[in-house]
Structures are given as C-alpha cells and as structure tokens.
Design a protein around this ligand. Structure first.
Ligand SMILES: Cc1cc2nc3c(=O)[nH]c(=O)nc-3n(C[C@H](O)[C@H](O)[C@H](O)COP(=O)(O)OP(=O)(O)OC[C@H]3O[C@@H](n4cnc5c(N)ncnc54)[C@H](O)[C@@H]3O)c2cc1C
Length: 463
C-alpha cells in the first residue's frame, strides 16, 4: 500500500497502523492476516470518502464486524497491502417504529445491543446465534441460527439496506426504507445479503422485528436413531404448526463430549440411553399457551414412544438445554485437531448423508472421532471430524485437505450445500471453485465485475 493512499485516507477517516492494528488482524478461529491499516469510520460519509481514495489507489478494503465469522472473511490477507474497515464506531440506532415493528441501525451494532434495545419495547430480532455478531456481519453472511425453521434467515428479515458501492464515486445506494413490500424494480438489497463482504459496504440496515415470545415449551428427547428423529420432525410440525421454532439434533457422542468437557452441566437424559437426541422448542408471542403446549408436547412424545421411536424425554429448563446445545462445538474440538463442516440438505436427504458419511469414515478412518449436531429442522447439520492428538502425525495437512475434499464430494453427491450458513471466505473459496457449477460462477463473477471492477472490497472473488 502506498504512503499516498495512507495520507489521503487519513485525511478523510480515522486510521490506525502498526501495533494498533493487532486487535483487528485475527478472528474467532484465529485466522490471522496483516492489515496495512485499519479504518474506523463513524459515518456513511466517511466510508464513502474512504472508498473514493481506495478506488484511486487500487487498495482492497476488507469490511469487518465482530470477527465471529467462521470462514475467515473479516481479516485482511497476509500481504500487508489490504486495509481493514472496522464498524466498531458505527453502532447507532437511526430509527425505530413500534407500529411498523422495524428498526434502522448502523452496521456495527451488535446483535446483543440490538436485542437489548428491542426487548425493552417488547420486540426482538429473531436470529438466534451462539455468538454476538454485528448487523453488517449478519447481513454479509446471511446468518441462519437455531430458529430458522420459524423465522427464516437474515435475508427474510431485512427490509432495506444502505450500501456504499466500490466505484470511483463511492455511490450510495440509499435503500434503507423499512418496507415489507416494494416491487419498484430489482430487489437490489438482496445482492448484498450473503454477499460475504463483496460487491459493496453495508453501512445501515432496516430490519423487521418480531414480538417477544411469551409462551414456550422446551423438550429434550432421546431417539432410537436418526431415522426416528427425522420422522418425528413432521409430527411436531403437525402438532404445533408454525410455532415449532427449533429442532436441534445432537449425536450421543457429542453429548458425551460435553459431559467430559463441562461436568458441571447437568444432562437431562443420560447420553448412553440413545444414539441421538433433539432439543425441540415451541414458542409463541401469545401469552398463556404454556399449559396447552405442554399437553400437546406430551401427547406427541407419547405417540412417538409407543412404537419406540422416542426412547426418553424431559420437559422444561430451556436455559439448561440451550447451554448444553451451545457447548457442543467447544466440547467437540477439545484435545483434537478439528475439521468442521457446515452442510445442509433437503430434509429427506440429511439422514442418508449422515449414514453414508458415518459408514465411510468408520471403514476408512476408524481412529477419527465424529460429532454431529445442529439445525436438523432446516436440513442443516454441523459435523466435526476430530483427529485425536495421538494420531495427528498421520494426518498432515495434505491428508486433511484430501479428507475434507472427499467429505464435500459426498455432500454434493447427496444434493447438499458445502456452506449452509457460514458463507464464503478464504477458508472455503477453493471448494467454491471446485464444487460450484461454471455457469453459476460465471454469473456471480459478472455481477461482481460490474459492481467492483477494481476489486476494492472484500476477500472473495467469484471467478
Ligand atoms: C459460537 C458461534 C456460534 C455461531 N452460530 C452461528 C449460527 O448458528 N448460524 C450462523 O449462521 N452463523 C453462526 N456463527 C457464525 C457468525 O456468528 C456469523 O457468520 C456472523 O454473521 C458474523 O458476524 P460478525 O459481525 O462477527 O462478522 P465478521 O466475522 O466480522 O465478518 C463476516 C463477514 O461479513 C463481512 N462484513 C462485516 N461487516 C460488513 C459490512 N458492514 N458490510 C459488508 N460486509 C461486511 C466481512 O467482510 C466478512 O466477510 C457462529 C459463530 C460462533 C463463533
């Protein structure tokens, strides 16, 4: 990066360099890079002027939220030539409407702050994630979370966006009106949702809010096998309709790992009583439905246990159940080298995939451990293949890459997605190039070239 860029950029936006960049140079996965500088804008105008300078000097800007992304997209690469743009100083609430159930906020506002503001007004942003991302990060990754079944992903809850385009002028697309219906042309905002920090820099968003849930039933159920859990899902949907919020699967091995890692967490059911478990949650904003939920939940569980599909179940204690579920990723990566997978399928293809994967891994890699858990209700699943330290020497990086590729080939063979909700970034771009069709890549690349011909923004190139 030229000194001229730095001098010009510093004149339009606060910048830090050198040691002061360190906090912005790694993410939650410890992906590390070297930023030439970090820009800390506090307004859309500062972002716009920064883009103009970056365009002139052909410097790439890497937008950064709270660095909880799981594909490495928020940190500058190792070249020392990219400039990170942190949104930590852009976290204002610009507008709120109780009548419209909407809020317009700057990109750096964190989910916890957004929900603190909304919950004081009996509302919430219904994306449920075991981390505290920013609105900009949520949008760029089109995050899913544990209640996608009921509320959809971020895309479904975005009403409008304000975006600075990476062109010579830093053109502002002012599309942040909180409209639930708007068909006056192409729905351009959706280009930037799930854009993985490319195409443009999101400076503000209008989001739809939902009523805080007042009635809730949480169930922790043990299933005879994955097939039984898959068959139970439509039974719960039929019992509770659109009120079924979560259906999170947890393999018994994953629960055992939680018990070993966090012995203070008390399990509602013994992890040895069944091969897989589910955290099932039903909720409504209508108060006073708890007793009805409980009765219907018991009836559904009893019907499923009559033929042995449900082995055991516990009701209540939502906080305790969710602590167990949220501890799974950490517990599974202890004392091993983890290969993590965020995959999704048509719901009827998920169990066949897990069976195929399990059988193959048992045959070809018997010393590896395998943990399956996640958002079964929406066809999603996280798989962690853990290489115990004792056999890590047998799995050098080339063999790990071959193993990951072989698993992704299986995902594709079952009609799945190799990145269900974490998006694209340096960690999985090579698989994007390998596993996405040439026509999809060419179309995405054409869009990117039209909006960002000089590669001013983001880590991903869709070629
Ligand atoms: C414990 C844990 C649990 C998680 N659970 C889930 C889950 O259930 N579902 C799920 O979907 N994800 C989950 N995640 C992943 C993560 O929280 C999401 O990807 C989140 O949306 C990232 O937000 P962030 O602010 O941390 O963004 P960052 O990590 O800082 O950035 C992510 C991407 O967004 C881009 N970006 C950030 N701000 C902007 C902006 N203003 N304009 C344009 N691009 C921008 C970055 O360039 C980068 O490409 C989890 C992560 C952790 C650590």
């Amino acid at each position: 990066m030229s000194a001229a860029f730095f001098e010009e950029a510093r004149a339009v936006v606060p910048m830090v360099t050198g040691e002061a960049c360190a906090p912005y140079e790694s993410d939650i996965l410890e992906m590390r890079g070297k930023a030439a500088a970090v820009a800390l804008p506090s307004s859309r105008e500062e972002v716009q002027r920064l883009v103009q300078v970056a365009y002139r000097h052909r410097v790439t800007l890497v937008p950064q939220g709270n660095r909880t992304g799981l594909v490495g997209g928020a940190v500058a690469d190792a070249s020392g030539r990219q400039c990170t743009v942190s949104f930590s100083r852009m976290s204002r609430v610009r507008a709120f409407s109780a009548v419209n159930r909407s809020i317009t906020v700057e990109s750096g506002l964190r989910l916890s702050e957004l929900n603190r503001f909304a919950e004081e007004r009996d509302l919430h942003f219904p994306i449920d994630i075991g981390a505290d991302p920013t609105v900009g990060g949520l949008l760029a990754t089109n995050a899913g979370g544990s209640r996608l079944l009921k509320y959809g992903d971020v895309r479904r809850n975005v009403l409008g966006l304000e975006v600075v385009l990476p062109d010579a002028a830093g053109t502002v697309l002012d599309m942040a009106r909180p409209l639930r219906k708007n068909n006056t042309g192409l729905d351009l905002k959706q280009l930037f949702v799930g854009g993985n920090g490319t195409l443009g820099i999101v400076t503000a968003a209008s989001l739809a809010l939902a009523r805080v849930e007042k009635s809730r039933l949480s169930m922790f159920a043990a299933f005879r096998d994955y097939e039984s859990a898959a068959e139970a899902l439509p039974e719960f949907e039929s019992a509770f309709g659109e009120l079924l919020g979560s259906f999170e699967i947890m393999a018994a091995d994953a629960l055992r790992a939680v018990l070993e890692a966090f012995p203070a967490l008390s399990m509602p059911l013994s992890p040895t009583c069944a091969p897989c478990f589910a955290l099932i949650e039903v909720a409504s904003a209508m108060p006073g439905l708890g007793a009805m939920f409980e009765q219907r939940g018991l009836e559904t569980l009893q019907a499923l246990s009559a033929d042995g599909r449900v082995v055991d179940a516990a009701l209540g204690a939502a906080d305790r159940f969710w602590r167990i579920r949220d501890s799974l990723p950490l517990a599974a990566v202890r004392e091993a080298v983890p290969l993590t997978f965020d995959v999704s399928f048509s719901r009827d293809a998920l169990v066949p995939f897990l069976r195929d994967l399990g059988g193959w891994l048992d045959r070809t890699h018997p010393r590896l451990r395998r943990y399956e858990f996640g958002h079964f209700g929406d066809g999603g699943c996280h798989v962690i293949v853990a290489i115990p330290h004792a056999c890590a020497a047998d799995y050098p990086s080339m063999r790990q890459i071959a193993l990951r590729s072989a698993i992704y080939e299986r995902v594709m063979a079952h009609g799945g997605s190799f990145s269900a909700e974490h998006g694209l970034g340096p960690i999985n771009m090579a698989y994007y190039r390998k596993l996405t069709s040439p026509s999809e890549r060419a179309t995405s690349a054409a869009v990117q070239t039209a909006l960002d011909p000089q590669h001013v923004v983001g880590r991903c190139r869709y070629f």
